[in-house]
Every structure is written in structure tokens, then in C-alpha cells.
Design a protein around this ligand. Structure first.
Ligand SMILES: Cc1cc2nc3c(=O)[nH]c(=O)nc-3n(C[C@H](O)[C@H](O)[C@H](O)COP(=O)(O)O)c2cc1C
Length: 224
């Protein structure tokens, strides 16, 4: 089982959020292969909205580390996004990465994967940040399986326990291919939405359209 931890704090290994995410990792089985990526160690520029990645998949004219990060995301069974709360949102580092992965949204590239969120802040009011991580996960075709958040102090014993349980659940979900009905409903609705968009843009987003063709996703089921 491959787990990718993407940590979006500039504090890297000293980050409170990363420390909490490490507690989540303690819930994983010993056999899990865990890779940690600190976004502050990578160079990821802004999306230019040129749509090159829709015409030719994974083809971005901005030459930096984004492709390597995207490939790491594609090979993981579970992804943990750990981000401090910056003005009730994820950090700019994480948003920059996500904006560069619009192709993942168009082609549901994280389908079958499970995503967890880890957030810390000064106030402890992190619901909007976790909700946004959930939105990104589902938009990419993945299931959001849960999240944990705390105020910025070092994790208290009960928080550590909660974090470890989240890690354990992540591993279980991957092993059992868990389906969350609410997630599945959203994923189906979003697929229908993008099926229409793909039909509309098929002459421009040529490789993405072919991807949908090859997946057999262009034929809506009766009544859908
Ligand atoms: C630019 C910026 C914006 C922030 N916005 C908020 C905020 O809206 N609400 C809050 O409670 N804390 C906010 N904080 C505090 C951080 O979320 C908090 O210190 C966090 O635990 C830092 O995590 P880290 O050690 O992993 O980097 C902000 C910090 C920065 C630098």
C-alpha cells in the first residue's frame, strides 16, 4: 500500500501540521510504503490556464517539479494533504499544486484513491479548510475518507489517538475498497457534469476526450 503525505507548510519538519500528520502515519500498518513530500522543497509555479494539459495529457509548458508530484499522486493508494490554515484556506503552496492538476479533475485521475486532510491553525476553526480538501478530492474522482484538525499546540494525547485512528481507517479503506455512499453520489453527479463538458470541448481537449473514450465513460447509462 502506497501512501503519499503532501505537507504544505513552509515550516517543513518543524510544522505543527506535519507533526499531526506524522501521528496519522502511526496508524498505518508497518508494511505501508510512505512517501513524504514537503511542498516547500519543490518548485511549483502557477497555472497559466493555457490548457496544454487538456490537449496533451500531463504536458505542461511550465517546467518545474509538478510532473514528479503528479506522478507520485497517481501511484499512491492514499493521499494525506497536510496544510496549515491560511485565512481559512489551504496554503498558497498547496493551491498552486492543485491548480496545476486541473487535468486530474477533467479525467478523474484520482479515482479509486482515498484522501485524508490534516489541518492546524491558531484558532482551531478549520472546517472550511477540511471541506476544501474534501472538495478537491472528490473533484479528482477520489473519496475523501476523513480529516483531523487542531490548534497549533503540539498534539495532546487524545489528538494523537484520533490521528492514529484516522491512519488506521485510511489503511482499512484502501484494503477493503470502502465505498462511502455520499462520496459515491457526488462522484456520479460530477462525472455526469464532466461528461457534458467533454462532449462540448472534444475538438479542443483532444487527448482528454480520448481518455474518456478509452475509459468508456462517454456513454451515459439510461436515464443519466
Ligand atoms: C498567512 C497566514 C494566515 C493564517 N491564517 C489563519 C487563520 O485564518 N486562522 C487561524 O486560526 N490561524 C491562521 N494562521 C495561523 C496558522 O494556521 C497556524 O499557526 C498553523 O498552526 C501553522 O502551522 P504550521 O506550523 O504547520 O506551519 C495563519 C498563519 C499565516 C502565516
Amino acid at each position: 500500500m502506497n501512501i503519499l503525505l503532501i505537507s504544505a507548510s513552509p515550516h517543513k519538519t518543524k510544522s505543527r501540521t506535519f507533526l499531526l500528520a506524522k501521528e496519522v502515519l502511526k496508524g498505518l500498518p508497518k508494511s505501508a510504503r510512505v512517501r513524504t513530500l514537503h511542498l516547500s522543497d519543490t518548485k511549483i509555479g502557477f497555472c497559466r490556464h493555457c490548457e496544454a494539459c487538456h490537449r496533451k495529457i500531463m504536458n505542461c509548458p511550465v517546467k518545474d517539479d509538478v510532473r514528479a508530484v503528479m506522478e507520485a499522486m497517481l501511484t499512491a493508494g492514499g493521499i494525506i494533504f497536510a496544510t496549515p490554515n491560511y485565512i481559512n484556506q489551504v496554503t498558497a503552496q498547496l493551491k498552486a499544486l492543485w491548480d496545476r492538476t486541473a487535468h486530474f479533475i477533467h479525467c478523474r485521475r484520482l479515482e479509486g484513491k482515498y484522501i485524508a486532510g490534516v489541518v492546524t491553525s491558531g484558532s482551531g476553526r478549520n472546517a472550511s479548510v477540511l471541506e476544501y480538501i474534501r472538495h478537491y478530492a472528490r473533484a479528482c474522482g477520489a473519496q475523501y475518507m476523513g480529516g483531523i484538525s487542531s490548534q497549533r499546540q503540539a498534539p495532546a494525547p487524545e489528538k494523537k489517538k484520533e490521528a492514529k485512528l484516522l491512519g488506521k481507517k485510511l489503511a482499512q479503506d484502501i484494503a477493503e475498497r470502502m465505498t462511502y455512499p455520499e462520496e459515491a453520489r457526488f462522484l456520479e453527479e460530477f462525472k455526469q457534469h464532466f461528461r457534458r463538458i467533454m462532449q462540448l470541448r472534444k475538438n479542443e481537449w483532444t487527448e482528454e476526450y480520448r481518455f474518456w473514450q478509452e475509459k468508456g465513460w462517454l456513454q451515459a447509462h439510461a436515464g443519466k
